[in-house]
Design a protein around this ligand. Structure first.
Ligand code: C2E
Ligand code: CA
Ligand code: CA
Ligand code: CA
Length: 284
């Protein structure tokens, strides 16, 4: 009995934006979910890596691993098309496990030059984070790949913290005990809560692209962006600006004191081999 035939006859209970939902998946979503399940089995997923640079020195300090689906008929499918269904069906758990392992394996395999030092950021869904055995799995992946724990950055969106009671924070503290780093992704969107910023043992704060888009120039976005940077810095986060597309944005973010940047201005996400070439080209 496959997972999908089980899930197709039951009601899903899941959390989104902090609210419990119960629903039956519509048939087209179920069909898509079984395609997704098959894709996991057939290893149709691959990772691309987007450089994260030190805004002051331009040095490559990290890469963010982003999943892609090489669909046999439809070509490359971006994650916005399938992460939602993967979360609702729970398929995000095996999919996310694959992402974590593949990313750590790849980064551990880079032995020369700048890539031998980079950190790797991996997006972890709230459902994956709360799944049984996640902590043990992270530990196992670090052991099996030999990647130094402090080179792994787990990116969490704020919805991962919605249920953060004492137990939730303990869970994150336990991850930190492994030596891994935590990033708060997409900060400023969704259900932002300043208490999370205060309470979560995070290392990196990623300023969402929607703010970066509008600076400099839009006064109200400038006010929010600079306040996020100041607050984050006072709480000892490293500030990462994402979605940087123009030099004007980079200059403005630098003037605020942002630490790291990521965006099309510097590089798009690339497959591992292309990234290696990109690094070589930069050196010469
Ligand atoms: P995210 O974590 O906020 O990732 C950043 C997204 O912005 C990526 O889209 C990246 O390609 C895109 N991006 C980077 N620089 C620029 C820029 O300068 N301009 C613009 N317009 N976009 C830029 P992508 O790869 O399509 O991923 C979308 C979202 O899907 C991610 O947003 C993340 O929430 C999710 N995602 C991707 N990979 C994974 C994964 O392995 N696991 C989980 N759970 N979620 C993932
Ligand atoms: Ca991310
Ligand atoms: Ca983000
Ligand atoms: Ca985002």
């Amino acid at each position: 009995l496959s997972l999908i035939s089980v899930v197709s006859i039951m009601t899903f209970t899941y959390y989104r934006k902090g609210v419990m939902h119960e629903q039956v998946l519509p048939p087209e979503d179920l069909a898509f979910a079984s395609e997704l399940e098959a894709a996991i089995a057939h290893q149709e997923f691959y990772l691309v890596y987007q450089p994260q640079l030190d805004l002051t020195t331009g040095a490559l300090v990290g890469v963010e691993a982003l999943i892609r689906w090489r669909h046999p008929q439809q070509g490359v499918v971006p994650p916005v098309k399938f992460i939602g269904i993967a979360e609702v069906t729970g398929l995000i758990v095996p999919m996310g496990a694959w992402v974590l392992k593949a990313a750590c394996q790849q980064v551990a395999a880079w032995k020369d030059g700048a890539l031998s030092q980079v950190k790797v950021s991996v997006n972890v869904s709230p459902i994956q984070l709360r799944s049984a055995g996640f902590h043990a799995y992270v530990q196992q992946v670090l052991r099996e790949t030999g990647l130094a724990a402090d080179r792994l950055v787990i990116e969490l969106t704020e919805s991962a913290f919605v249920h953060t009671d004492d137990k939730g924070t303990a869970h994150l503290q336990a991850l930190k005990q492994l030596g891994v780093k935590l990033a708060i992704d997409d900060f400023g969107t969704g259900y932002s809560c300043l208490a999370y910023l205060r309470d979560i043992p995070g290392d990196y704060l990623k300023v969402d692209r929607s703010f970066v888009n509008d600076v400099p120039g839009k006064e109200r976005s400038e006010a929010v962006t600079s306040a996020i940077v100041v607050l984050g810095k006072n709480l000892h986060y490293q500030i990462v600006a994402e979605g940087v597309e123009t030099q004007a944005q980079a200059d403005y973010l630098k003037s605020l004191g942002c630490d790291l940047v990521q965006g099309y201005l510097y590089a798009k996400p690339m497959e591992a081999g292309v990234l290696q070439q990109w690094v070589r080209d930069r050196q010469t």
